[in-house]
Design a protein around this ligand. Structure first.
Ligand SMILES: [Cu+2]
Length: 665
């Protein structure tokens, strides 16, 4: 808390000092509900503190709406409004894709790399339902695509090095376009050894290696029509998860799509129809770990086939968007246990019993400009979902607990949101309300003895769970004056039938050493509240000051704390930019976690503050460009772990990095 006050004091001091020299930039605009993170490793104008070759996870962490849950140095799990995987919708360019791990080791974000992407759109709560049902919000990662035009090509070569973990990054890309054709191709490779926490403490099993290749091809079929195909192959191997009892020997995805886009038809400005399929394979591995009592093989597979067709219509004061989508997913995971005693039998289980999920839905959105200064945005999604357990053995296993369980079940899912925005001089106000529903995930509905190392319980799914329902209120106030931007945003969620695991004392665990068995069940309700305060200030022409403070609150219906809710967190930075040179110093930290969820197996995280610095320069050699960025993170080599670190694994200590990107045109 002391740090926080120092920070606020510093802010007011800076504001006082530089009030006389305000910059002329006025960024007043109606509140934008969509936060966009630009993924531009070669966007030379970018003044963000991030490393250009940072992982997608590090880019996402820049967002105030997102926190990343960490089980190691790879494949962090994004949370929006303090809600993770099952409660949020994550898509790649509108395509549904689901991880193949029963232990959430492979969020969708781990199957792409920044070389594939142009930007990431983040929408909070029910504003994020364009691509699927959600409670917490939606993340859509937009693929990098050129447009047709005058003939142009470029080649990019990038490399990065980091001292902590001896991490190396190489990537290369080739882009071409003309009036009829475009293509974007890239390869990316990352490798890191074990990283070291503050005080030079090695974090064992935190290494990884990743290879990604992608290509997008566009062909113009007529004046207004185009066919675009995309393909991503992503393969990570030898990934350590220091927070978990197992590692991953292979996490691999193939993600493909073909789409047809037509522009400027009678009423429709843009109409895109896409067919897609993707296949994910995930293989867990405990063979590197010492003292394993029973070796286990735990592979998982997830295949998804789908389509969407979306149309944008601008008519009078309405900006309309319609999206019809459908997908079919097949999730299968198994576990084989090999006892050390050769006289005992191997044990085989289906942890995900080949669950087939078929979803079809319609989304509509209207952005209605009521007047020069007022805007009303309404969104709605209606969907139908069928789930079927396709494997007889898996179904019979679940029938041990649910003898009358049917193989198949149907649900209707609904969502609605509205937001009203008004601009009064330099002030923008937004208030919104929403209602949404989600179906239980595959693990929540059909999981079979899924070990959770966070609370040390085996989890069993529950096919009789009701839909989770969320009532949401949100608001935002934004104030712009010359170089000063100030905003506060807040969201409140009241969730009925809140799905969470509850102890069943009559059952004994399958995992040796586990504390017991939890069955997914529903609380009457739970509430989550988040608020964010952001300030940015441009002064003296070249300087920029940024700061943010976040507050969250989460309780169940007994008044007990929910797990994985952030304590008070803060960030502040000062940036200097002149011509081709840029430098920045920033700090980030959090208070002690006072409201931790002891009842759900969580322990308290301590307060921390870390400091980072970086500098960059753009070099021009004729038509060639080089962008160099160097920096140091966790300057004082602080040993710390946050509320979002699974089983308190410590974060990275001091790290010096250098990123070079070279562009030939
Ligand atoms: Cu896994």
């Amino acid at each position: 808390m002391k740090n926080l006050f120092t920070l606020i004091l510093l802010f007011s001091l800076f504001s006082e000092l530089s009030l006389a020299q305000e910059s002329e930039i006025d960024t007043t605009q109606i509140v934008n509900l969509d936060e966009v993170i630009l993924i531009g490793k070669r966007d030379l104008k970018k003044e963000k503190s991030i490393k250009p070759l940072a992982s997608i996870d590090e880019y996402l962490e820049e967002s105030n709406k997102i926190t990343m849950i960490k089980r190691g140095n790879y494949a962090w799990e994004p949370a929006i409004n303090n809600m993770v995987s099952d409660r949020i919708s994550v898509t790649i360019d509108g395509m549904q894709i689901f991880g193949a791990c029963t232990d959430k080791m492979d969020p969708i974000t781990s199957y792409v790399d920044i070389s594939n992407l142009a930007e990431v759109h983040i929408k909070s709560g029910q504003q994020g339902t364009e691509n699927g049902a959600t409670i917490g919000g939606g993340i859509d990662m937009k693929l990098q695509k050129s447009d047709f035009g005058e003939e142009l090509w470029d080649i990019g070569i990038d490399s990065g090095f980091e001292t902590n973990g001896n991490a190396t990054i190489f990537s290369s890309e080739f882009n071409y376009k003309n009036e009829k054709l475009f293509s974007n191709s890239d390869v990316m490779y990352r490798k890191s050894g074990n990283y070291y926490a503050g005080g030079n403490k090695e974090v064992l099993f935190s290494q990884y290696e990743k290879f990604n290749i992608s290509t997008v091809l566009g062909y113009k079929t007529s004046e207004n029509g185009a066919i675009i195909g995309s393909f991503i192959f992503d393969k990570a191997t030898d990934i350590g998860y220091p927070a978990l009892p197992m590692d991953v020997s292979l996490a691999q995805a193939m993600i493909g799509s073909v789409s047809y886009t037509h522009k400027n038809m009678a009423l429709i400005n843009n109409w895109e129809t896409k067919l897609y399929m993707n296949s994910v394979e995930h293989v867990m591995d405990d063979s590197q770990r010492p003292d394993v009592i029973i070796h286990m093989d735990m592979p998982g597979w997830s295949d998804t086939y789908g389509f969407y067709s979306k149309a944008k219509v601008n008519k009078d004061k309405h900006e309309l968007l319609f999206n019809i989508n459908s997908y079919y997913n097949k999730s299968l995971a198994e576990m084989t246990m090999y006892p050390n005693n050769p006289n005992e039998n191997e044990m085989f289980m289906l942890t995900w019993p080949d669950v087939r999920t078929w979803y079809s839905g319609v989304y509509a959105e209207d952005n209605f400009r009521l007047s020069e200064k007022e805007n009303l945005k309404i969104t709605s999604r209606v969907g139908f979902q069928n789930e079927r357990v396709a494997d007889e053995f898996g179904l019979n296993s679940l029938r041990i607990f649910y003898p009358d369980m049917e193989a198949s079940q149907n649900r209707f899912l609904m969502s609605f949101s509205s937001a009203y925005e008004i601009k009064i001089k330099k002030l923008s106000l937004m208030i919104g309300t929403a209602y949404g529903e989600r179906a239980p995930s595959v693990s929540e509905g059909y999981g079979f003895y899924l070990f959770n190392s966070y609370d040390n319980f085996d989890y069993i799914g529950n096919p009789y769970l009701n839909k989770e329902q969320s009532l949401e209120f949100n608001g935002e106030v934004r104030y712009n004056l010359k170089g000063l931007t100030f905003s506060i945003e807040a969201s409140y969620f009241h969730m009925n039938n809140y799905i969470i695991g509850q102890i069943d004392p009559t059952l004994s665990p399958m995992t040796i050493g586990a504390s017991g068995v939890k069955i997914y069940s529903a609380l009457d309700y739970a509430t989550i509240f988040d608020a964010n305060l952001n300030v940015s200030y441009l002064f003296l022409g070249n300087w920029k000051l940024d700061g943010s403070v976040g507050y969250s609150y989460g309780k169940d219906n007994f008044g007990e704390n929910l797990p994985l809710i952030s304590p008070v967190s803060y960030k502040a930075g000062i940036n200097y930019k002149k011509n081709l040179f840029q430098a920045e110093i920033n700090m980030e930290g959090a208070s002690k976690q006072y409201d931790y969820a002891a009842d759900y197996g969580e322990d308290q995280s301590e307060a921390y503050t870390v400091f980072n610095a970086s500098t960059s320069y753009n070099f021009y050699f004729g038509s060639h460009k080089m962008f160099a960025k160097a920096g140091i993170s966790n300057i004082f080599d602080t040993f710390y772990s946050t509320f979002a670190d699974w089983n308190n694994i410590p974060r990275m200590g001091r790290n010096v990095f250098l990123n070079l990107t070279y562009l030939i045109k």
